[in-house]
Ligand binder design. Structure first.
Ligand SMILES: Nc1ncnc2c1ncn2[C@@H]1O[C@H](COP(=O)(O)OP(=O)(O)OP(=O)(O)O)[C@@H](O)[C@H]1O
Length: 709
């Protein structure tokens, strides 16, 4: 019999809390590659610092012991002039370390500055920075260094390092730009924008950590390039051959034919030092890769001993949704007062809202005549056309339609999160705040928009489980959202609130310090829902939030969402192509086709009597989990190509009931003549039209009279 993981969590020995600094040190110590590489590198840096003091001789001082093998007096032997090779290697270490690290730091700093900024910023600024790196890319670094070193014989290490740094950043910048261009479109970056984080915060905390491996390997590559350039130049005799570095030692050994004379000690120490430094740099590179990528680390699970003495590897902390939601669940009661505080605050909201009369125009978000295009002028694709939609307080409004019907575009358009080349071409999105006049979201200033997003309206994106940044812990990501809108809150307070949010969506608090890859898809989805509720928004927009999950988890999450909505009182715009799912979970449903709303009704009404042949086709495309069985017939044909829309009703080429006017004119959305009296009578009977009466359709089969939708 499977043991519930919560039980394992309860019986498992709890490790003592570990501070973040200590955890990093432990992780470092547990990474043998990074540790070995850094120890060797540290040794070289130490030798570079103390070399002149511990060197037994002046590296250029001639002696009487000519070409002697290693001995107690000369650990690495002597040159043909009696110079001490050990002292020369020590002197060379300083030169190599200074050139390598200064060049690496200068080059990496420039490549980050130019590459990341040009990748993140669109428009002229980004293009200019990209052009600058292209110009620098064609400057040949090595020949330039050769020219400078041979033209200026006294050129010191620092100048060579600066020349290498200033001429070698462009390639790194290009790589970072390409990576940033890809990262900026990732869900978690979009999510950070949606939460109102500033551009620089997004660059520093969302994008840069994901570039850490690329930056680290760029730094290491530049250090290796700088060191090998310096050694190569010295070895071929360019520059000042009296300045000691490992290349100079090899130059003199080569020019005096040390190999032919059997004086192996002349070139072996410098050769070994080069090989050792290269190995150390590579090990650090591998180690950093593992340290910054949580996926390359251990799976983070803990080992516990069960009561019968077996050791088990466990992924602790998943609390089943249904259990967590039940009011009599003792585990839930034990979760403490903080978890209750969010729900109680929300319940107060809900009560205050519920006490108001449920009037028909109790709107929280009103979309009026919204048009969204991709591109401009004749080439524009009209993805959303003249959409009118009202989200009322405390309701779940479903938005259904096949892929490409414009659902996501509508969601991105109304929150002003459209990626280029998307533009809102017309219309209004009126947000009705708790107090005061409605505000048009499309005309909000950037500061107003920042406050509106997440604090008033939160968004859970398509494939939400990928909206979590893979290199940050769940706690960090939840706390970041809170911090973005409440920068004065203390860290401890933010952590408490993050814990409450996890409890709210049924995830045990010991999951706070998990990385996204350590959670199941359903748990990640819940974290995103918790994140969406972090600031107690009045509207939550969910764009296919559960599509990637199996049907059982999908329904568990939606049931929990419905329960949270009842407790906290927010409104939901729920987008999916699965109409049967919406019938089950939403109060009202709007059906979209070819960028327009073609039908809008209370879910039960739509399920019983879909008026538009497209809605009817959608209902017959998905199996319903409840209610009478329907034959699954699907919809013949494919959605229209928005670049070449059919004339008249966009659905007419696929419509089994198309007739003469359908190809001529676009039908208007409105209440069909035959139904008006019927529905209003129904409203009166119910005494409440919130989820009832208004059934609107845009179809020539149902001529409309009232077009107020
Ligand atoms: N970047 C873009 N450039 C041009 N056209 C686009 C772009 N993004 C979307 N479109 C067009 O907009 C239409 C609507 O896309 P949208 O993603 O909003 O549909 P959807 O109903 O949300 O589909 P899905 O469920 O597959 O996400 C698509 O048919 C597509 O042709």
């Amino acid at each position: 019999m499977a043991v519930p993981t919560t039980e394992l969590a309860a019986t498992a020995p709890q490790p003592a809390p570990v501070s973040p600094g200590r955890r990093r040190r432990l992780r470092f110590a547990a990474n043998p590659k990074a540790a070995t590489g850094l120890v060797i590198l540290g040794g070289f840096v130490l030798l570079a610092i103390i070399g002149p003091w511990i060197a037994p001789h002046d590296p250029s001082l001639r002696g009487t012991d000519l070409l002697q093998p290693p001995s107690a007096a000369h650990w690495f032997g002597t040159t043909h002039l009696g110079q001490d090779i050990f002292s020369q290697v020590l002197a060379g270490t300083r030169s190599v370390v200074v050139v390598g690290f200064v060049a690496g730091i200068v080059s990496t700093a420039l490549s980050i500055l130019v590459g990341v900024t040009s990748g993140y910023l669109s428009g002229a600024g980004g293009e200019s920075l990209s052009a600058l790196s292209n110009v620098f890319l064609v400057i040949p670094a090595l020949p330039l260094i050769v020219i400078i070193a041979s033209a200026l014989p006294g050129t010191d290490n620092l100048t060579i390092a600066l020349v290498i740094g200033l001429t070698s950043w462009a390639w790194g910048a290009r790589v970072l730009r390409a990576q940033t261009l890809s990262l900026r479109r990732r869900d978690y970056v979009q999510a950070a924008r949606a939460t109102g984080e500033s551009t620089w915060r997004i660059i520093l905390f969302e994008i840069m950590p994901n570039l850490a491996a690329v930056i680290a390997s760029g730094f290491i590559s530049t250090v290796i390039f700088a060191v090998t350039s310096e050694i190569t130049l010295a070895f071929i005799g360019v520059g000042d051959t009296s300045t000691w570095n490992w290349g100079t030692i090899l130059f003199w050994a080569q020019s005096q034919q040390a190999l032919a004379q059997g004086a192996w000690w002349w070139f072996v120490p410098a050769g070994l030092a080069i090989a050792l430094l290269g190995t150390a740099l590579s090990l650090v590179n591998f180690g950093i890769d593992e340290l910054v990528s949580p996926r390359l680390r251990g799976n983070g699970g803990t080992t516990a001993r069960t009561e019968d003495g077996h050791r088990v590897r466990m992924r602790v902390g998943f609390t089943p949704v249904l259990g967590s939601g039940r009011k009599d669940d003792p585990a839930r009661r034990q979760r403490g007062s903080t978890a209750a505080s969010v729900s109680e605050r929300g319940a107060d909201h809900a009560r205050s809202r519920a006490s108001r009369p449920a009037v028909r125009d109790d709107a929280v978000l009103e979309i009026r005549g919204l048009d969204v295009d991709y591109g401009l002028g004749d080439a524009a694709v009209h993805a959303v056309r003249d959409v009118h939609l009202t989200l009322r307080r405390g309701e779940v409004l479903g938005l259904a339609g096949e892929s490409g019907s414009g659902k996501s575009t509508l969601a991105y358009g109304l929150t002003r999160l459209l990626p280029p080349p998307g533009v809102v071409a017309g219309g209004e999105v009126l947000y009705h705040p708790e107090r005061g006049e409605p505000v048009d979201v499309l005309r909000m200033s950037p500061a107003q928009l920042r406050r509106f997003r997440w604090a008033e309206t939160a968004i859970v994106f398509q494939g939400a489980m990928n909206s979590l940044n893979p290199v940050h812990k769940v706690s960090t990501q939840l706390m970041d959202v809170i911090k973005a809108h409440d920068p004065t809150s203390s860290r401890a307070d933010r952590r408490d609130r993050a814990r409450e949010l996890l409890a709210l969506v049924g995830i045990a608090e010991d999951r706070l310090d998990s990385y996204p890859h350590q959670l199941s898809g359903g748990m990640r989805q819940r974290v995103m829902i918790g994140m969406a509720l972090a600031l107690q928004p009045r509207v939550v927009i969910m764009d296919e939030p559960t599509t990637a999950l199996d049907v059982v988890i999908q329904r568990q999450i939606l049931r929990q969402l419905t329960e949270l909505r009842e407790r906290l009182g927010f409104s939901v715009l729920f987008i999916t192509h699965d109409l049967s799912l919406l019938v089950e979970f939403s109060d009202r449903i709007a059906v979209m086709y070819g960028g327009r709303i073609v039908e809008q009704a209370a879910s039960a009404d739509l399920y019983r009597r879909a008026l538009h042949p497209y809605s009817d086709g959608l209902l017959h495309s998905f199996p319903a989990l409840r209610g009478p069985r329907r034959e699954l017939t699907g919809i013949p044909g494919s959605p229209p190509d928005l670049r070449a829309m059919p004339t008249g009703c966009a659905f007419h080429p696929r419509c089994p009931r198309a007739f003469e006017p359908c190809a001529q004119r676009v039908p208007v959305l409105g209440m069909p003549r035959a139904r008006q009296g019927e529905d209003r009578a129904g409203d009166d009977r119910a005494g409440n039209d919130r989820a009832g009466g208004d059934h609107a359709v845009a179809c020539w089969l149902h001529p409309v009279q009232d077009t107020r939708f």
